[in-house]
Design a protein around this ligand. Structure first.
Ligand code: ADP
Ligand code: MG
Ligand code: MG
Length: 252
């Protein structure tokens, strides 16, 4: 069992006009076995949190800490974060012509585990995971992220979760751009991932609809770069009814 602990995190982003402070002191603790929904209006800093955790070079942690058990995540390279068990979907958002999905997955698995997966079981695992996600077999030979539709990118994220088996996953807007069937397939994938009971998930979403399929243990409402309210799954139901109107004043 392990704990991802975010303490008083302040993050600025590099813009054309210099750095702009976006996160103003985020406190969040995710333990193995817990699913946390991070919700909030557009522009509230949800993706900024995800990028900061991923170690994106444009996002600077100006103060605060991120610890995975005793380890300082902010001191780790992007690769070290992955090896430590963190899965940050936006780590590999780029299109990589010449690298197939299948090659990428095998290389990532080898890097994370420190040894190449056994070919026969690996091929079976990939095929099984792709079947569950209703991904066309040809997809494995496509160039990484090149010309992927929104839905394909999201399914590819979940495919990575199933195969790379991280301990903590940060999923940013995994529900955006999915039709109802795809939403269900992706949600089922997340639920299979958490069913082992030892995974921590931060599910970042603007809309409540994915939470009809994935029940969070905790809901955090982001407003203006901070957590404005926290609760259990019932908080998502309240947001479904009322939206973010109660919080809008706080974001000014
Ligand atoms: P959310 O994911 O909640 O919609 P973001 O973290 O994407 O919010 O954005 C938070 C704020 O930071 C917004 O005001 C956005 O314009 C600003 N921001 C984020 N990334 C950048 C960037 N790369 N350049 C300029 N502004 C940015
Ligand atoms: Mg659980
Ligand atoms: Mg976002």
């Amino acid at each position: 069992m392990s704990t991802l602990d975010i303490r008083d995190l302040h993050v600025s982003v590099e813009t054309e006009n210099g750095p702009v402070q976006i996160l103003h002191g985020v406190n969040l603790t995710v333990r193995s076995g817990e699913t946390h929904a991070i919700m909030g209006p557009n522009g509230s800093g949800k993706s900024t949190l995800a990028y900061a955790l991923a170690g994106h070079p444009k996002y600077t942690v100006t103060s605060g800490s991120v610890k995975l058990d005793d380890e300082d995540v902010l001191e780790m390279s992007v690769d070290e974060r992955a090896r430590a068990g963190l899965f940050l979907a936006m780590q590999y958002p780029v299109e990589v012509p010449g690298v197939s999905v299948s090659n990428f997955l095998r290389t990532a698995k080898t890097a994370i585990d420190g040894e190449a997966p056994k070919l026969r079981t690996w091929v079976k695992d990939v095929k099984g995971a792709m079947d569950e996600l209703r991904i066309d077999p040809d997809f494995a030979e496509r160039d990484l992220n090149t010309g992927f539709s929104g839905g394909e990118k999201k399914r590819h994220e979940i495919l990575q979760l199933e195969l790379l088996k991280p301990s903590f996953a940060v999923l940013d807007e995994t529900d955006s751009g999915l039709d109802i069937d795809a939403l269900r397939i992706v949600s089922d994938g997340v639920n299979r991932f958490t069913s082992s009971g030892d995974k921590g998930v931060m599910l970042i979403t603007h809309y409540t609809r994915i939470l009809r399929y994935i029940t969070p243990d905790f809901v955090h409402v982001f407003v203006g770069g901070k957590i404005a309210e926290e609760g259990g799954a019932e908080l998502a139901e309240k947001l479904e009814e009322k939206g973010y109107v109660d919080y809008v004043g706080a974001s000014a």
